[in-house]
Design a protein around this ligand. Structure first.
Ligand SMILES: [Zn+2]
Length: 165
């Protein structure tokens, strides 16, 4: 950790050709498919972060227990159904993206995309935090969920959140 050097980074293209000293992870296809399917995606983060993976293994999304689920673009980060064969394209995941910017791959991971690496890393960290908070709240009881109307209002506000006038 922390020792990654630029010459260790592999640069695959969308056709599967790559440059670098080592072959890319077999999971490069997830990234390629997101870039192809979502033109606004300029960066993808895929992480095996512990709380997001825990929910992915339970095949549970994140309900609207907190307004910040809007940061991922929706009330639920839906688990994809194909057990995450790394060579498989996340087709089902893609079908569930809708307006979301983060998705769980069942029994595997968290995948998020955004316009910049900083932005998508922030989304991935927020989603991991939400998974942690959802787990903690569940230890004390069943979280009270926001209504669809409340979440629609938050999602509307998030369209301009942090943007300059
Ligand atoms: Zn993975």
């Amino acid at each position: 950790m922390g020792g990654l050097r630029a010459d260790q980074i592999v640069h695959p293209d969308l056709e599967g050709r790559w440059e670098g000293r080592a072959a890319p992870s077999s999971e490069w296809r997830f990234h390629r498919d997101i870039y192809r399917q979502r033109p606004e995606a300029q960066a993808v983060v895929h992480a095996h972060s512990p709380f997001a993976v825990s929910l992915a293994c339970l095949r549970r999304g994140i309900p609207a227990f907190h307004y910040m689920v809007a940061v991922a673009g929706g009330t639920s980060v839906a688990p994809a159904t194909p057990p995450s064969a790394p060579r498989r394209s996340p087709t089902t995941c893609q079908l569930r993206w809708e307006d979301r910017r983060a998705c769980h791959m069942a029994n595997h991971e968290l995948v998020a995309f955004g316009e910049t690496l900083d932005q998508v890393l922030a989304v991935a960290l927020e989603v991991e935090g939400l998974c942690h908070q959802y787990w903690r709240a569940g230890l004390m009881g069943e979280p009270v969920l926001l209504s669809d109307a409340e979440m629609d209002e938050v999602l509307e506000r998030f369209k301009t959140y942090g943007k300059r006038r």
